[in-house]
Design a protein around this ligand. Structure first.
Ligand SMILES: [Zn+2]
Length: 731
């Protein structure tokens, strides 16, 4: 298709102009139905299932696996929805779509249909799983135009199974062929939805003739040959790819809904989270287990990320039961404590459990009773697990565009490390918090929070900066670190912070670091002779270690001066290790009160350094900064030994405080060997105004608990937590 109404000159102005590019681009090729609308929030069946199961069949399962074994297991799990292998790479039903490969073991059987019927009998919802990312030689020979091509023009063999070819995700294979497959499955079995795995391009960009032509028609450009984000063709490609996937999502959804109005297309992984927030009735996080050096809270983090766009729409947490390392032992079984902790982190953060298993024939069955116990607990306490509204008062900005557009301000500086450090510090400080997505900075989303945190949120548009300023003007508080707002939404550096007025400082253009052996002086206020409360807990020392990177800034307002720079000095030889400058007036912490708001700006990488070296003084300082800026009591306070993830929720007739015990020698690198119970924990909970507690229970301990009440504050003791305890308060 030519560039329709946009001339090439207009187009270039648009692309140079702003991030609105994607929405202005004329849809290419197979345009989605313009009348398509996303499902209404709360509509349909999507919010009903609380426990999900997924069985992904392998090609030789038909005839050798026992469907009744799985149906019995689903019943014992009290599962209310299943995702079952239907088609794509292999069809597990007698398909009539040409080139849709029936399992070589299928014969006259219909294992998909058998499982669907069995699940329906138990009242379960059923979603059909398809995987379109690979095809057989027959498809390659008949339709070479359906195959992804490498930059050298060669068709792409599958990286893990060279007998297969990788399909092109953005052309007729998905838009036409898979569309027919989805229509057939939905029509034949009246399932509740189609869930597609690996539906976006696999194995790199595609240079097939369709992609070349469609991209040229849409943008006037040739496909990019560089990964450089500043290359105009690369920028255009990133936007075009997202538009194509969004069109594909809408097309498949329209097809599925035409065959069954109650059904929907559900992608495994949206083009980006903003799109999920705009289109999805339900989403699933494919974060099956941890691998390498990953803390167990990473599963809860993913739940928070999705909630930042999905709000109260349901989020399922896909977890595997195997050892999820790079070597992909898909038939393995993980340790029981590891599975329990991973799922608990998701549940405590508002995800519904979704166990996934590959292969209908089981070799190692040790996971079966483990998952059964988790699901039984979940079923027994279901009414407290519809975690309707988080009561956290701290919001941490989730900036997808900073991750995508901003490479870091210096070699060795990475945005994600700042966020991980901030996440860990909030969790270790037991401060309940949520993510706030950059695309939805509206008062209804922001004003639930007393404090918004920008953890090196470098890339912010003018409009986003304005929304944050408005939030502060309405009484919200702000804590920002390092490069926050120093770049625009496309990653171009501004001459000064977009939020310079709020911070009360201006960037003077210099970045220092990585710094060796630099410190921070903890200073007393010259007028009062006392230290600022933000230094509480650091009484025993005149100084603490500095971060590794710092931005040089100039104050443009009046500030107290609790923390000042001690510049780097030699760390070798030992004879030379003494400060050349013992004290400066260079502030490294900027605290302001503006009306009802408090604003903290920290010009060094406190969050990144915390993630890097886990310095306990930095943890203390960050926690104090959050508490000072929030300037109100936390909705829940938990005191006692150990590392605990604390989340607080309101349901219609109750509220809950989840306590997940992360205290374990295998915290940072799993799998857990054993559960190490901790306790006792003193818990105080602030009840919503106008409510009184009727009954307080510990769900895992399975008993009611004595409590005291003073005003809206309920206090109680949790004697011990093994993996996951929930304080449930009936109101
Ligand atoms: Zn292609």
């Amino acid at each position: 298709m030519p560039m329709s109404n946009l001339s090439r000159r207009d187009f270039l102005q648009v692309t140079a102009g702003a991030g609105a590019f994607a929405s202005l681009m004329p849809p290419a090729g197979h345009a989605a139905d313009p009348t398509w609308q996303p499902p209404a929030v709360g509509a349909g069946w999507f919010d009903k299932p609380m426990r999900w199961v997924q069985l992904t069949l392998v090609e030789n399962d038909p005839g050798s696996f026992d469907p009744q074994f799985w149906l019995d297991y689903f019943r014992r799990l009290h599962a209310d929805a299943a995702t079952l292998s239907a088609g794509g790479i292999v069809a597990y039903y007698p398909t009539d779509v040409p080139l849709h490969h029936r399992s070589a073991w299928l014969g006259t059987s219909d294992p998909f249909g058998t499982l669907v019927a069995g699940c329906r009998k138990m009242g379960m919802h059923v979603v059909a799983r398809t995987d379109p990312h690979a095809v057989r030689e027959e498809v390659h020979a008949t339709h070479p135009d359906w195959i992804a091509h490498n930059a050298d023009g060669q068709p792409r063999r599958h990286w893990a199974n060279p007998e297969l070819w990788v399909s092109c995700a953005l052309g007729p294979y998905n838009f036409d062929f898979m569309d027919q497959v989805h229509r057939e499955i939905t029509t034949k079995y009246k399932i509740d939805g189609i869930f597609s795995n690996r539906w976006a391009p696999q194995g790199g960009d595609c240079y097939c003739t369709n992609c070349q032509k469609n991209f040229k028609d849409a943008t006037g450009m040739d496909l990019p040959r560089t990964g450089d984000r500043r290359d105009p063709a690369r920028r255009a490609y990133v936007a075009w790819r997202k538009t194509r996937l969004t069109d594909l999502w809408k097309k498949w959804d329209a097809t599925v809904r035409a065959a069954n109005p109650e059904a929907s297309f559900i992608p495994n992984g949206p083009p980006d989270l903003k799109t999920a927030g705009e289109l999805a009735a339900i989403q699933f996080t494919d974060n099956q287990a941890r691998r390498g050096v990953t803390p167990p809270w990473n599963n809860g983090r993913r739940a928070k990320e999705y909630r930042s766009v999905m709000g109260r729409r349901p989020i399922g947490g896909i977890f595997s039961v195997g050892l999820e390392e790079a070597y992909r032992w898909k038939d393995s079984v993980q340790s029981e404590p590891e599975i329990r902790l991973w799922v608990a982190e998701g549940t405590a953060n508002g995800m519904r459990p979704w166990v996934t298993k590959f292969s209908g024939v089981l070799y190692d069955k040790r996971w079966l009773p483990v998952v059964e116990r988790i699901y039984e607990w979940h079923y027994a306490h279901e009414r407290y697990l519809r975690n309707e509204t988080p009561l956290a008062r701290v919001g941490l900005l989730y900036s997808e565009q900073t991750s995508a557009e901003y490479p870091g301000i210096a070699q060795g500086d990475r945005h994600e490390d700042h966020v991980l450090g901030m996440y860990h510090s909030l969790l270790e400080s037991r401060i309940p918090f949520e993510f706030v997505h950059e695309a939805f900075l509206t008062p209804d989303r922001l004003d639930r929070f007393k404090l918004l945190i920008l953890s090196d949120a470098a890339a912010l548009s003018d409009a986003q900066c304005r929304a944050i300023k408005d939030y502060v003007a309405r009484g919200g508080s702000l804590l920002a670190t390092f490069s926050s707002s120093l770049y625009d939404e496309e990653g171009r550096r501004r001459s000064d912070f977009g939020l310079a007025d709020l911070f009360g400082v201006s960037f003077d253009g210099r970045v220092e670091g990585p710094m060796q052996n630099s410190y921070l002086s903890l200073d007393t206020d010259t007028a009062t002779g006392a230290r600022h409360p933000i230094l509480q807990g650091l009484e025993g020392t005149p100084r603490i270690v500095n971060g590794v990177f710092r931005l040089a800034v100039r104050p443009t307002a009046d500030f107290p001066s609790p923390l000042t720079l001690i510049p780097t000095y030699p760390d070798l030889p030992m004879e030379d290790v003494y400060p050349r400058v013992g004290h400066t007036t260079t502030r490294e912490l900027y605290l302001r009160e503006i009306g009802k708001s408090r604003v903290v700006y920290i010009p060094w990488d406190i969050d990144r350094t915390l993630w890097d070296v886990m310095c306990v003084d930095h943890l203390r300082l960050l926690r104090n900064a959050v508490e000072w800026a929030a300037n109100e009591p936390s909705p829940a306070h938990v005191q006692g030994p150990g590392l605990i993830d604390v989340t607080v929720w309101r349901q219609r007739d109750s509220m809950t405080v989840h306590l997940v015990n992360l205290t374990n020698p295998m915290m940072m690198k799993g799998p857990l060997r054993e559960v190490i119970p901790i306790g006792p924990q003193q818990v105080s909970v602030r009840l919503p105004d106008g409510t009184r507690p009727k009954k307080v229970q510990l769900l895992t301990a399975g008993k009611t608990v004595d409590f005291k009440i003073a005003g809206q504050l309920v206090t109680l003791t949790v004697p011990s937590i093994d993996v996951h305890e929930v304080v449930a308060i009936d109101l």
